[in-house]
Design a binder for this molecule. Sequence first.
Ligand code: NAD
Length: 392
Amino acid sequence: MEVFAQGLGLGFTIRALRGCPKFKKLSIHTMQRRPFLAGLGATAAALGSSAWAKQESGRKLGWALVGLGSLSKNQLAPALAKTTHSRLAAIVTGTPAKAAEWQKQYGIPDSHVYNYENFDRIVDNPDVDVVYVVLPNSMHEEFTIRAAKAGKHVFCEKPMANTAEECRRMIEAVKSAGKQLGIGYRCQFEPHHVECMRLAREKVFGELKFIEAGFGFQAGDPAQWRLRKSLAGGGALMDVGIYAIQACRYLTGEEPVEIVAQETKTDPVKFAEVDETISCSMKFPSGLLASLMTTYAFNGSNFFTAIGQGGRFGLEAAYGYGGQKGWSSQPGVKIEFPATDHFAVEMDLFSRAILDGKPFAPAGEEGLKDLLVIEAIYRSIREGKAVAVETV
Ligand code: NAD
């Protein structure tokens, strides 16, 4: 599976883990984890020291951050400073004061600062290889297409767009430009998640029969764009439910075929435009059922549990920027890894894929598949019945 192929290409993570004393301890005492670690070791070995040296000396790709909101400010810019193959090269913002602040902090020249109107001039900036779209969801399509037309690779935040149709246009635009489109699904590279994918795939707990997954939080500011349908596309489901959808899809390696969903709104004023709390059941081709919930109304749901014929395992907490905690019903199976910087890992893997001329995953098709699931969930709520999930 593409997630696994990419996951096992985690050279950056391996190197980071190797520097950590806990990694050595983990690698010798956990029998069940050996195949995963062997996979990582094999990848590093396959690369060989000369390949590593070549990568180390290779140029860093220049990234332009589009949208300097909380994710860019608090996570992405600091993460870029930790990467090996990436660097902050340019910024795109509609707020001149923010531009000045960032220029001062990161030493960005005027020639590398754009606003939403003059953004297309980025075509003339050879320092920018990758445009990272970190805007409200409704703006992902426009800036992905404009970046592709400017001849840049594109990395786009989740959810990829507001609709599957938008995703299809984005995929086509980047493909036509001969560039790569990566989607910011950071959990796909996070070691606890990667290990859970291995446990599922290698049937360490037997054939998986049932998954339960949930992610939600209490949304604050009623004026934020996340509660405006035109900007966010939807509510909790689009924003955080998507992590639980991802978990069900990458644990099974299957696409859901049928969905029945229900929504409740306990605050119809605050959540007038978008979904507040959704629960749904997804049926997969193998017969596995997954139960998923998401909410903007309360804290406390941030987990997945996978049940196989031979036991259970899961993560709680699962989807935050750190703090992943694994557990299992078999005392010998520990899901325990040092923390990584999810954003540094995914950005560097994208840069490396480009430098190596290899396809990056998760790509646009992965974002599209999630939007097809999301659209089926909304359709089921509207129609009050089970619906089929459209295929790519
Ligand atoms: P934010 O509100 O903090 O920032 C949004 C940015 O877009 C701001 O700089 C704002 O000025 C700009 N903007 C431009 N036009 C706007 C408009 N019409 N309305 C509102 N803002 C506008 O949001 P954020 O948390 O940085 O989220 C940005 C994107 O990143 C979203 O797609 C979100 O889903 C995604 N995200 C992903 C993660 C993750 O873990 N991968 C975490 C947070 C956010």
